[in-house]
Design a protein around this ligand. Structure first.
Ligand code: PLP
Length: 264
């Protein structure tokens, strides 16, 4: 077969060596006598895979010590709500830089539970640019600023990390994560659905600064506990193994990250 290269957003091309490896491990993974989808997510064979995926992400993105890395389900779309739920109370608000449909959706979900607002939108309503530093003023009482690094569909991309002063910064990096260097230390939360740049659908990478973890724990306490599946602190404590994760997805993610590292 001639392999077509799907450049579209959504599930996209995966490295052929990874696909070839997958063919084998579906039936037999290492010495397990069973395929990768058929072994316990709590077996050492699998937790090793999960830990290696995290280590590779830490190396590739230069994730600082103290940051947590979790691999969740629900896509970037769940993170629109989950990030707000973990970081904002009903009296709090975050500032959203609206550069496309994904930012609009993120704000819509945050508004369900907070007083979040748009910090910047294109004056003519056309998503053909991103704002320059200094063209917006962050609200003094905003808990954080949210932006979308690459505006899938519209094709605009921030060429540097927006300057938001000392405010925590949250980034949806679903369509450009690991495509270029990024200063993780300038971010409080980074999230990305894996299916565009990192692997198959069904895995979402979430990177949490110490501030974000602390804030989530405070929010959880004040609410008498966040819903478990939506609790960043719990997910970090359980190393993404609170419940059954997408084991095949995490395996594939780990192999794609290995392939990226091999490229040098
Ligand atoms: C595709 C995309 C999403 C939606 O991701 P799901 O994993 O399908 O929820 C969100 N943000 C950006 C920037 C995207 O490109």
């Amino acid at each position: 077969m001639t392999r077509l290269h799907n450049f579209s957003a959504g599930p996209a091309a995966l490295p052929l060596p990874v696909l070839e490896e997958l063919g084998g491990v579906l039936q037999e993974f290492g010495e397990m006598g069973a395929g990768i989808m058929e072994i316990s997510h709590r077996s050492k064979a699998f937790t090793d895979v999960s830990e290696r995926a995290e280590e590779r992400l830490r190396r590739l993105l230069g994730i600082p010590e103290g940051y947590a890395v979790v691999m969740l389900q629900g896509g970037a779309s769940l993170q629109f709500y989950m990030s707000a739920l973990n970081l904002l109370g009903p009296e709090d608000g975050a500032d959203f830089i609206i550069t496309g449909v994904w930012a609009e959706k993120a704000l819509k979900e945050a508004k369900r539970i907070s007083r979040s607002t748009a910090l910047w939108t294109p004056s003519d309503g056309i998503f053909n640019r991103v704002p320059a530093d200094g063209s917006y003023m962050v609200s003094s009482d905003a808990t954080y600023v949210h932006y979308t690094t690459n505006n899938t569909i519209f094709g605009t991309q921030f060429q540097s990390t927006p300057d938001v002063g000392a405010k925590p910064l949250i980034a949806d990096m679903s369509s450009d994560i690991c495509s270029r260097p990024v200063d993780v230390s300038k971010h409080a939360v980074i999230y990305a659905g894996a299916q565009k740049n990192l692997g198959p659908s069904g895995v979402t990478v979430v990177i949490l600064s110490p501030w974000a973890q602390q804030r989530s724990r405070e929010r959880s306490k004040s609410m008498g506990g966040l819903p478990s599946m939506l609790d960043y602190g719990l997910m970090a404590d359980k190393k993404s193994l609170f419940n059954t994760p997408n084991t095949l997805g995490i395996y594939t993610l780990e192999r794609v990250l290995a392939w990226i590292e091999d490229q040098g």
